[in-house]
Structure formats: C-alpha cells, structure tokens
Design a binder for this molecule. Structure first.
Ligand code: MGD
Ligand code: MGD
Ligand code: MO
Length: 765
C-alpha cells in the first residue's frame, strides 16, 4: 500500500459525452443550488448565498476575482463555483468530529479517496497524533499551543521550522502570522503562490515594478480586445464572464489562447439574466488560437513581429511611439532581437498558421485598449517567467498602460493569495517592510532569505527542517513529486495544520502531528470586543471587508487570528514586545499595526469601512514605473524554448475539473468537458491514441522520466479529445506524482505542472 499518494482506484462508471460549448446558464444555477442546499441546512445555505460578495457580506472563498466597483446584483454576486465552495464550508450534515478519528486509524483514512476525506465535513476539535500512535485524539488548545511552542523552542535554529500559508488566509491573520514568524527568527514562509502565480510576480516586478495586475474591474468592460491565455474562466473565475459579456455587447472582441476549447471561452449565458436565458447568451471568443502546450512565448513573439510589420505599413497607427520613448527602456534591443526569428517557424512551433495569428493581431493592431489575462497555463512551465515578460513586451509596444481598457491582468487563484503577499507572507522581505517592522516592533527582522515551497520540501527531505506548520492548504497534495514530498514530511518531528476540513496532508505526518480546526470565511467570528470582520485583496488590488454570517459548527473552533496569536504568545512569551491577546480581542488593533507598517494601508480601519473597500496604490496603472531598476518599464529579450520530444513522448498539462477546488474534490465530474463519474482520466488526441493502439476508456499508466528516474501514476482512462497532437491533459493533484521536485520554472521555482513530459502504456493489472 502506497502511503503518500491518493489511492489509484477507478470507479468503473466513467461516462463520456460531447464537451459543452457554453458556460453557466440554467444548469449552473440548478447545480449550484442543488450542491449548496444538499449539504447545508436550508436556512444556513441560503443565508450564506445571499451574503456572498455583498458589500456587507463575506468575500467568496473560491477565487480572487474582484467585485464590481459600482452596483452589485441585489440577490447575490456569486457563481456556481462560489456556491460550491460555500456549500463545502457551511455544510453541517456531517462533521469530522473526534468520533470519526476514533473510528478510523490514520492508516485506514489513508486508503480513502480525497473525495471521501472532504465529504466528512468540518473539523470540530483540535486533534493530536502522538509519536507512535495510530489514531488522532482530542487535545485542548492550551496543550496544543504548548506542544508546538516546545518543539519550536527546542530546535537548534529557527530556520529548522517552516511556516506555509494557503491563500484563503485573511490580511489580519497573514499580518500577525508573518510578524510572529519573523520574530521567531526565520523567513521560511513558503506559500501557495510559489506553486501558482510566482512566475507572474517575478516577471511583472522586474519589468514593471509591481507584481500585480494593472487593470481595474472597469477596464474589462472598456477594453476593445481581451486576450485570455492559459486560463479557464468558466470554471476557475466564472464571474469574470459577466464583464466580458458586457464588453462584447459594447462591440469588444475576445481572443482565446488555449490548447483545448474550454466552454467558458466559447459562449456565456449569465445565469441571473432573464435576457440571456431567453436569447441564448453571447458568443465569447472571436478568434480561438488552439496552440500546443507551452508555445505561448513563440505566439507572443510572432504577434510582436506582426505588429512591427503593421507599423511599417501604417506608421504611427499601430505602436505608441510616444509611450515607448517616454516610459520604456530596451526597445531597440528588443526590436533587433526579433530579426532572429522566422514567422513561419514561430507559428509552426505553436501548431498554428501565420494567417491565424494575423487574424488575432488584426483585432488589436489599431487600438491600445488591449487587456491580456492569464493564469496557470502560462505560469506553470519552465519558461513561465519569460513567457509573461514577452506578454509585457506586447503591451508595451501598444502603450496599453495607464489607459481605460488596457493592461496586464493576471487572474489570481486563491481568494486572498494576493493580500497575503502584500501583508508580508513571503520567503523574502521587502526593504520597506523590514524597515517599518523594525521601527514599530523594535526587533531585527532576519536577513537570510527563507525557503520557498520547493526548497522547503528539499530541506525537510534533507533533515534541515524539522517542524512544518501550515496555515490552511493541503501542502502534501499541492506541491510536486508527491512521494518525495511525503517522505520529506514524514521526516519531520512535528507537522501541524490549521484547517477547516480533513485532507491528505493530515495523514502524511511527522513523528507527532496536530490538526487545529479554524473558522472559515463564512463563519461568524466573535471575540472579546464583539463580532469581527477581516479583509481580503482581490486580483485587481481592491481591499474590502469580509463578515462571516453563519454560526460556527462547533464552539471549539478558533479564528486563524486567535490561533496565530495564541501560538505566538506560547512560543515567544516575554521575548515579544507584542500584546498578542489584545490583538485577538479586536482586529481593529491589527489593522492599526498594518496601517503603520504596510505601504498603501494608511487609515486602514477607516478606508476598509468604505462600502466596496478601496484600491491600493498601483504604479503601472498610472504609468509610474519608478520601482524598476532604472525607473522605466522594461522591454526584454526572451528566447522561445522548444520541447524536443521522443516519438513515444507527449506533453501533459495537469488541470482542474469543473468539480474541484484545488485539492478538494466536490464530485467525480467535469460537466463542461463531458466527463462523468470518474476523475482518473487522460484527454488524448484520437491520432495519438491510434498510434499507440489505445481505445476509448482503456486504462493506461503514465510515466515521466527525468534525470534517469522514472515516476509513474497508474490507472487513468483514455478520453478522446480535441487537443493538439502530442499534448495531453489530466487532473491535478493525481498527476503531481509525475513531477520531479527539481523541475520548476526558472527564477520563480513554480513546479512545471503544465508541461510534464510523459509516456503512456496500457495499465498493468
Ligand atoms: N472552481 C474552481 N475555481 C478555482 C480553482 C479551482 O480549483 N476550482 N482554483 C483557484 C486557483 S488557486 C487558481 S491558481 C486558479 C487557476 O485557474 P486556471 O489557471 O484557469 O486553472 P487550470 O485548470 O490550472 O487551467 C489552466 C488552463 O490553462 C490551459 N493551459 C494549460 N497549458 C497551457 C499552455 O501551455 N498554454 C496555454 N495558452 N494554455 C494552457 C488549460 O487548458 C486550462 O484551460 O483558479 C482558482 N479558482
Ligand atoms: N499539478 C498541479 N499542482 C498544482 C497546481 C496545478 O495546477 N497542477 N496548482 C497549484 C496552485 S495554483 C495552488 S494555489 C496550490 C494550492 O495549494 P493549497 O492552497 O495548499 O491547497 P488547497 O487545496 O487550496 O487547500 C485546501 C485545504 O485548505 C483548508 N482550508 C480551506 N479553507 C480554509 C480557511 O479558510 N482557513 C484555513 N486555515 N484552511 C482552510 C482545508 O482544510 C482544505 O482541505 O496547488 C498547486 N499545485
Ligand atoms: Mo493557485
């Protein structure tokens, strides 16, 4: 029995239908209501739904898509994915109480699927797994904090501890967390961002001086062209389709760049609009570039070349020469470097024709109102950073910054992943934050760079780190190289997870382990001074309040703030200058500290109380690039990489189904892609199947081979699909076992989750 990976069992019920071509619509509404109300008491589910993303409600835990700046839907600003995430959190039917852990040993729980683990419902009490024990048993909070503090204080160096964060953590909790960890003496703060948009942060910080989107919500509606690259909005940010629909009705155009025809890129019916339900909604993509996996850099380069050719034909009409001259550096070198590349070759690398790329370029050649959106399809490759730099080159040629309807739009994943970084959750420390923390709290912030996610795994594996603490998330399943990561976690003296729900990381434990159950985004949070709210930052940099609305499932739950402050008090004791207990009593006190230390958060308590929140400062949005090395926006010279595959090799992208949130599986289904009742599937081109003699629904094993080591994931059923030849797709996290821990993006260290070289063989029984 494998200890570190999910069971490789099939349901034997796979049904395949034609993939859908329209996102949302009536099915989405019915599905989301059914899903929400199934698990919840009717009243709890309804209460949660109507408060979702309202100005006095709570921030949706599903994704980081911003709320409209102005009017919001009077009933609910939510989508199917949001409704499912809420249902997953508020459901009361089942609870993962101590009875569950009495009934099942850790070894028995390990044999259950991730779907089953999640279905056990909310955790209700702190639990401990003592060294050598077979079962988790209850422990009280005081003893739990004491146990962790003793282990932390017994380490030879604070750098032997790792403090992970997943992106649902609020600004308030993130701030106290990073303060505690820095006071404890380390910068070992990996976060889910390391596996997600880190390539974006690195690329945008170097070229524009800020690692965030330059657009506002309004820019999507005002754009003439939106290009959506490597993102599946119908599933992962469905509310994004609302402004896109508006933009299309205003005459705007959409270019979709994706190896597969995702439903949410093709057509959209706004589920809350009677007009759409009657008239059938709106066609989204005007040009669909179905390129090969990881050929986006070649595509962007071809687009830049075509733009330069257009500028020659109609000088002054295509490029914004005034913008380029005033605000950028590196233009000449960039233009010269394009000569090395042949248009035909670039197009061939993508599996496209020059004419197809020209068709896309024709849409934006005469307008700067171009927004480029992207997500994991660009970031999770070895060349993730340079691909994003190339996208910046394109926007710089057009001068698409500081104008209405143009700019960079990375679509962040977790609902507060961006805010956590703003609050200082990072393995590095910004000089401004260091200076402010040292001034206000009178201590020395550690100098040494900490471990990111991949480095953390290696440090644990090598015995250099011995305590793992996770504030949310499911680290063991989220990070690459599942077996290696499992071995790493098992070497620890102590593993601790602050969680809402049971997950596999609780089962892949150190010598001792703790599960600390916390309040979720939907839960009311009442402290000594009364009900509290927290705040979150959306992908466009709006910081707004979030109030939980439903009563917690158990009186034993603590807020993330209370847990971090309790642990800080127990660990640092008299050594710390901070009154942690008073911060838990009233979160306004935390926001006052944030206001004193984090740039852009002056008068935080007052600004966050404005309905709809506030935008934090953003240089690129105002054509202010003063934070780059020379104060200008940078053109960069980037070379496309080509995957030299052997005849039996294919490139695999690991993607999300429509019924999962990251490592949480809601159902074994992927409605938009026509897959039902099974997740262990692999999407293949029919010719690639024929070449290997594979039949529909045949069970296959996947093997990757890097540096002489073969890794295998077993039992996936083949689904014939419209995907470029040589490319394949399967779901994450089941495929993480195939990704070596060292295979990651240059500069950002993001695992190569979207370009894994694999071979396929018929499954061994
Ligand atoms: N319902 C739901 N919502 C979510 C999440 C969830 O799991 N479920 N997760 C949240 C998180 S943390 C994140 S980061 C986001 C992720 O949001 P996405 O990035 O949209 O999610 P993925 O499923 O990883 O999809 C990547 C898309 O990129 C495409 N792609 C893969 N490789 C390439 C490539 O080389 N080039 C191009 N052009 N396209 C490529 C895939 O076909 C797919 O459409 O969603 C957030 N929202
Ligand atoms: N192969 C492959 N690997 C990937 C990816 C991929 O596309 N392909 N995507 C990567 C990406 S983009 C990301 S962001 C990571 C995700 O990595 P993580 O953020 O670590 O994983 P999640 O699945 O989002 O974490 C789910 C767990 O978080 C806990 N949780 C939920 N809500 C809360 C809360 O409010 N507070 C607390 N304390 N806990 C909570 C629950 O216990 C739940 O089980 O995975 C990465 N890994
Ligand atoms: Mo993410």
């Amino acid at each position: 029995m494998k200890q570190n990976t999910p069971p490789e069992e099939l349901t034997s019920e796979l049904a395949i239908e034609k993939p859908q071509t329209t996102a949302a619509g009536m099915t989405a509404i019915v599905d989301s209501f059914a899903h929400t109300l199934q698990g919840t008491g009717l009243a709890r589910g309804w209460k949660a739904l109507v408060n979702l993303n309202q100005k006095d409600g709570f921030d949706c835990p599903s994704c980081a898509w911003p709320d409209p700046d102005g009017q919001r839907s009077p009933i609910a600003e939510y989508c199917e994915s949001g409704a499912k995430a809420v249902a997953d959190e508020v459901m009361t039917k089942h609870t993962a109480s101590p009875v569950l852990f009495q009934r099942y040993s850790v070894a028995e729980l390990t044999k259950k699927s991730d779907l089953w683990l999640g279905q056990q419902g909310r955790l209700t009490q702190p639990l401990v797994l003592r060294p050598g024990a077979t079962h988790y048993i209850p422990i009280d909070w005081h003893d739990a904090f004491g146990l962790i503090a003793d282990q932390l204080n017994a380490l030879d160096s604070p750098h032997e501890a790792i403090f992970y964060t997943s992106g649902r953590t609020s600004n308030e909790a993130a701030f106290v967390y990073q303060l505690f960890v820095k006071m404890f003496g380390t910068n070992n703060m990996p976060d889910c961002s390391n596996m997600c948009h880190e390539s974006t942060t690195v690329a945008l910080t170097d070229t524009l001086g800020l690692g965030k989107a330059s657009v506002t919500y309004e820019d999507y509606e005002k754009a003439d062209v939106v290009m959506i690259m490597g993102q599946n909005p119908g599933t992962t940010a469905p509310r994004m389709l609302t402004p896109l629909e508006e933009m299309k009705r205003n005459g705007g155009k959409i270019i979709a760049v994706n190896p597969i025809h995702e439903a949410g890129l093709l057509n959209f019916k706004y589920p809350q609009s009677p007009r759409d339900m009657l008239l059938g909604g709106v066609k989204l993509a005007d040009v669909f570039l179905q390129l090969r996996i990881n050929s986006d850099l070649a595509l962007l380069k071809a687009m830049c070349k075509l733009l330069l050719a257009e500028e020659e034909k109609t000088p002054g009409q295509v490029l914004d020469q005034a913008f380029i001259a005033t605000y950028t550096s590196g233009y000449e070198a960039f233009v010269k470097s394009l000569d090395q590349f042949e248009l035909n070759e670039l197009a061939a690398q993508c599996g496209l024709t020059v004419a197809q790329i020209q068709e896309a370029v024709d849409l934006f050649k005469y307008t700067p109102k171009l927004v480029i959106c992207w997500a994991m399809g660009l970031t999770q490759h070895k060349n993730g950073v340079v691909t994003i730099q190339e996208l910046v080159n394109l926007l710089l040629l057009k001068g698409s910054f500081g104008i209405k309807g143009g700019g960079t739009s990375p679509i962040r994943g977790h609902s507060n992943v961006q805010g956590d970084r703003t609050m200082g959750v990072w393995e590095k420390v910004k000089p401004e934050l260091r200076e402010a923390l040292e001034r206000v709290f009178q201590f020395s912030v550690p100098e040494e760079k900490g471990y990111d996610a991949v480095e953390s795994v290696k440090a644990m594996h090598d015995g250099k780190a011995k305590v793992f603490f996770g504030l949310g998330g499911n680290f063991a399943m989220a990070v690459s190289d599942t077996d290696y990561t499992g071995e790493a976690l098992r070497q620890c003296k102590l593993t601790v997870h602050v969680s809402t729900k049971l997950n596999r990381s609780h089962l892949i434990h150190g010598e001792a382990a703790l599960i600390l159950p916390c309040l979720g985004r939907t839960d009311q949070d009442v402290q000594a001074s009364g009900p509290q709210f927290v705040s979150c930052e959306s992908t466009t940099g709006v910081v707004a309040q979030s109030h939980g609305v439903v009563e917690a499932v158990s009186a034993h739950l603590k807020s993330e703030v209370a847990i971090v402050c309790g642990l800080a008090q127990a660990t640092l004791g008299e050594k710390s200058t901070v009154d942690w207990a008073s911060l838990t009593e009233n979160y306004d006190r935390i926001r006052d500290l944030i206001a004193q230390t984090v740039e852009g958060f002056e008068d935080y308590n007052q600004k966050v109380r404005q309905p709809g929140g506030f935008y934090i400062p953003n240089g690129p949005r105002k054509r202010d690039f003063s934070k780059t090395s020379d104060g200008k926006a940078h053109f960069t010279v980037n070379a496309p990489t080509h995957h030299e595959l052997q005849p039996d090799e294919l490139l695999l992208m690991s993607i999300r189904s429509h019924d999962q949130f990251n490592t949480t599986v809601y159902k074994n289904e992927d409605r938009y892609r026509g897959v039902y009742k099974e997740r262990r599937v692999v999407f293949m081109h029919p010719d690639d199947m024929a070449q290997r003699g594979l039949a529909e629904k045949q069970a296959v094993d996947l093997h990757s081979r890097y540096n002489g080591v073969t890794r295998s994931a077993h039992r996936f059923l083949v689904v014939p699909y419209d995907i470029p030849r040589g490319c394949m797709a399967a779901y994450y996290p089941e495929t993480n076992v195939l990704i070596p821990i060292d295979e990651m993006a240059e500069k950002s260290h993001t695992p190569i989750s979207k370009s894994i070289v694999v071979r396929v063989s018929p499954a061994k029984e």
